[in-house]
Design a protein around this ligand. Structure first.
Ligand code: GRF
Length: 206
């Protein structure tokens, strides 16, 4: 089995990246983590990746005046690493087609809600405000539709009486760390057609 070459994109803590790195330590895992890239030099996850002898690279967003110029630089770096797949793990940027199109069908993300519920930010607060009884996380393909690409796998957690953002997010995070390695393994062993209709961009509204 040839393991898929994966780059991980982070912006901060990097606990999901660490879960992927740990899973990929098993030689039987179908993917290897080749590099970890951050848009912020202070991202705490970089230190963990370095401690695991994984190549890290920073493309500091402060040095780019437009989304497009940043995405060109990031895409150039990712292409230079001969990657098969990209895993976004707390990568806090909206991407332009300059990054999305070259990686269509090859880029996945983990989101802390049961998609299609609660796309965007503050997912735990919104679930609590709605009185949701069940919450969780999803791994999905990245498309131009923010948090709206095809879902690969989900994991549920109960919302308990007295939950706060902190207790609920911690319960979800435990599941994220199990779900993401499983979902990446699924993607790494699946042939996927990026030209399928789910990847065509929605027409702009007029
Ligand atoms: C996670 O909750 C992930 O679902 C979301 O951002 C958070 C990142 O956490 N996209 P970490 O950096 O992986 O610890």
């Amino acid at each position: 089995m040839k393991r898929k070459r994966v780059g991980v994109l982070i912006s901060g803590r990097g606990s999901n990246m660490a879960a992927l790195v740990e899973a990929a330590c098993d030689p039987a895992y179908p993917a290897e983590i080749v590099c970890v890239v951050s848009n912020r030099p202070e991202a705490a996850g970089l230190e963990f990746a370095q401690s695991q002898n994984i190549t890290t690279h920073v493309i500091d967003q402060k040095n780019y005046s437009s989304r497009e110029s940043f995405d060109i630089a990031l895409n150039e770096y990712l292409q230079s690493q001969n990657l098969d797949l990209i895993a976004c793990a707390g990568f806090m940027r909206i991407m332009t087609p300059l990054l999305l199109e070259p990686w269509a069908g090859k880029m996945i993300n983990i989101h802390p809600s049961l998609l299609p519920l609660y796309k965007g930010i503050h997912t735990h607060e919104r679930a609590l405000a709605d009185g949701a009884k069940v919450h969780g996380c999803s791994v999905h393909y990245v498309t131009a539709d923010l948090d709206g690409g095809p879902v690969i796998a989900k994991a549920e957690v109960p919302v308990l009486a007295g939950d706060t953002r902190e207790t609920l997010s911690a319960r979800v995070l435990v599941e994220e760390h199990k779900l993401y390695p499983k979902a990446l393994a699924m993607v790494a062993t699946t042939k996927f057609n990026p030209n399928s209709s789910s990847f065509r961009r929605k027409p702009e509204s007029v």
